[in-house]
Each structure stands twice: as C-alpha cells, then as structure tokens.
Design a protein around this ligand. Structure first.
Ligand SMILES: *Cc1c(COP(=O)(O)O)cnc(C)c1O
Length: 378
C-alpha cells in the first residue's frame, strides 16, 4: 500500500542551524529572558527591515496588545481595524477595554479600503468619538495600499498600527512591510513564513518606544533591588530558546520568500486555463507579496464548482486547504461592533480558498495537488 502523508497548508520548515543556537542558549545557562540569541535575532530583524527597533515577544498578539498600550489606547476608546483578518488583529483592542470599529477591504489587495477608512474616521469623529488608532493588515503577505492609508492616518493625526504578521519579506514601493506603522507587528507562530515555534515582535520607531515595550513585557519592574512596580506589567518577552530558533530561521528568510513566491507561480500556472478561478496576485508593480499563503477566488457560476467542492476534494486526497478569514464584523463575538463598508470582505470569504503554501512543498506534492484538481474538473 502506498503511504501518503498529508499536505499541510503552511508547515514549519527547518533551516539547519536552529538546534545549534538552542544548544548555545542552554549551554550558556540563558534559558529564559534575555541572552545572545534574543539580541542577535532582534538585530537581524532590524537589519532585514532596514529600519526600526524590534522587540522579541511571546506572540504577535502580545505585540498588538503592547502597541495599543504604548500608543495610549484606553478604556472605551475606539480603534479602527481591518475586518478581513485573523481575530488576533482585533482581540487586543478588547484587552485594553477599547471598542473595535471594523473597516471593509478593497478588492485589489483584499486589505483595508482607504475610502471606507476615511468615511469611518469622519463619521466616528462627528459622533464625538475620534478613533485612537488604526490597525491595518497585509493579508496573506499582500501589502495594503499604504500610500493612501498612511496619508489618511496623517491627515487626521491617528496613529497607525501595522499588522505585518503575515508579511515579513513583502514590500510596498520598495519599502519593507513592518516599517510603515507608528508601531508594527510581526508573528513567528508555527505557520508563518519563519517561526520561533511561537513568538512575535513589536517593531518600534525609536529607542524610547523599544525600552517601554521591553519594560512592559518583563512585568514592568521599576529600577530597584527588590521587586517594585508603578505600572501594570506583562509576561510577554520572547524566551532566549525561542529566539535561538528564530536566529536559525532568519538565515534563510530570503529563500523562504522565494519558495513561497514559487508556489504562487505554480498556482498561477495550474489555474491559468480554468475559467472562473482567479489566483490572488499583486495589483501592480508597487506591490511585492511574500505570498505567505497562495489563495484563489472561485466564481461557481463560471467554474462549475464551489470553493467547498475544491476544499472537500483536496481533503479526500489528504491535502489541506482553508477558506479565507471570516471577516470580524460577521463574527458572533463582535456582533455589536460598528462596521463601515460594503460586502467586499464578505464575498471574498464566501468564494475564497487558501492553498498549500509551505516553503517545503515538494514537486511530488505539487503533482498530487494537480491530480486532485484534474479529478474534480473532469
Ligand atoms: C498570526 C497572526 C497574528 C498573531 O500572531 P500570533 O503570533 O499567532 O499571536 C496577528 N495578525 C495576523 C494577521 C496573523 O496572521
């Protein structure tokens, strides 16, 4: 009997030196907070991004939480957030007692619609609730329309939190994603383009912000020999062991971007002659996606099959695929949150599917994907 293992959506991919760096930390007795791996990992991130001051944290979610705290978002404030995203973009708004207001996407990048954003700012301000922050996301690695969005944020004087959790290695007009926000967020969760097993980073714009983030993420200890606290702190710092994995992973980041982009080329070719299926692609030369996940939109009227038909066919053949993010304004937990926009995100959710996109996807696996698709459409 042929033994076939499942093809996963986005599994971790060993670079090679991770274990060596983990052993180094164990040998140095630096198992927990701080140490050489964390310093080097943050330095490598800063070098890669070309600007900013990274703070390694326990997750991307923690990074968004700290960003909101440092930007001064408080109880009952409102924060504008892209609706079409993973819940981790929005949940931290509630951690600080603030209220999310969700914004629709535009169809080209699937990210925050600048028009809907400006409309929301004007309307909330007219209602006496000027938003305290904007959370924009680069979904699946695709850069959002940052020129328009940063201009609107500046015009109204509202700080921008850039959720670049899925977009390490992507660029917009030649500038790296993760360098646009007042504060930016990266994730190194197990499914991301590089991983620390679990982790994230807050990319700060100056040392003052960085020091504040380090302080808050290590229980907000005042400078005293005993444990003294004047502020509420958090246990959010990345461990030196995790950073060792990240240090190893950083050595191959450019190759990982290349491999994910090759997957996108493979799917572009695969669906080229299948009418009614559109592969998610950059809308122009300003946009360079790391193609963290490749995705398609299926028009069932034209294609003759739905995204569920394709998902279930893949599942039958042990190939993992997944519907696009369900927009936050449609989530039961955020049912009461205001929403600005139309049905762009909703329609993407209804007809979209994420495809196996690991940087370690093999030719044999590509063949299996191709065969499953052929079996469905014949
Ligand atoms: C993964 C992800 C996060 C959260 O990162 P964690 O490290 O898993 O907490 C936030 N936003 C988006 C868009 C993500 O994909």
């Amino acid at each position: 009997m042929e033994i076939r293992s499942g093809i996963l959506l986005s599994p971790p991919h060993l670079a090679g030196n991770e274990l060596q760096f983990v052993k180094l930390a164990l040998g140095q007795g630096r198992w927990a907070s701080g140490g050489e791996n964390l310093d080097v990992f943050e330095h490598r991130l800063d070098c890669f991004l070309g600007s900013g001051y990274s703070v390694g944290l326990s997750s991307g979610t923690a990074a968004i939480h700290l960003a909101l705290i440092i930007l001064g978002v408080k109880q009952d404030d409102e924060v504008l957030c892209q609706s079409f995203t993973f819940s981790a973009s929005a949940n931290p708004i509630t951690y600080v007692g603030a209220k999310p207001v969700f914004i629709d996407s535009e169809p080209e990048t699937w990210n925050m619609c600048p028009e809907a954003l400006e409309k929301a700012i004007k309307d909330r301000t007219a209602k006496g609730k000027k938003p305290k922050a904007i959370i924009v996301v680069h979904l699946y690695g695709m850069p959002a329309k940052m020129e328009e969005i940063t201009a609107i944020a500046a015009k109204y004087g509202i700080p921008l939190v850039e959720d670049a959790a899925e977009a390490l290695g992507s660029t917009y007009k030649g500038q790296k994603c993760g360098t646009f926000g007042e504060m930016s967020v990266l994730s190194f969760n197990g499914n991301k383009i590089i991983t620390t097993s679990g982790g994230g980073a807050l990319v700060c714009r100056n040392l003052e912000q960085k020091n504040k983030a380090v302080f808050l993420s290590t229980q907000a200890r005042d400078n005293a020999p005993h444990y003294q606290h004047s502020e509420i702190g958090y246990n959010y710092r990345m461990s030196n062991i995790s950073a060792g994995i990240g240090r190893g992973q950083m050595e191959v980041l450019p190759q990982r971007v290349e491999a994910r982009r090759k997957n996108h080329e493979f799917y572009t070719e695969l669906f080229r002659n299948i009418e009614g299926v559109t592969v998610f692609t950059e809308p122009g030369a300003d946009f360079y996606s790391n193609h963290w996940l490749s995705a398609v939109i299926i028009d069932p009227e034209i294609a003759g099959f739905t995204r569920e038909d394709l998902r279930l066919k893949f599942l039958e053949d042990d190939i993992e695929s997944r519907p696009l993010w369900k927009p936050m304004h449609l989530q039961p937990v955020f049912a009461d949150a205001p929403y600005y926009g139309k049905k762009v995100a909703e329609e993407l959710f209804e007809n979209g599917l994420c495809l196996p996109s690991g940087s370690n996807l093999t030719d044999v696996e590509r063949k299996r994907i191709k065969e499953a698709l052929s079996a469905l459409i014949k």
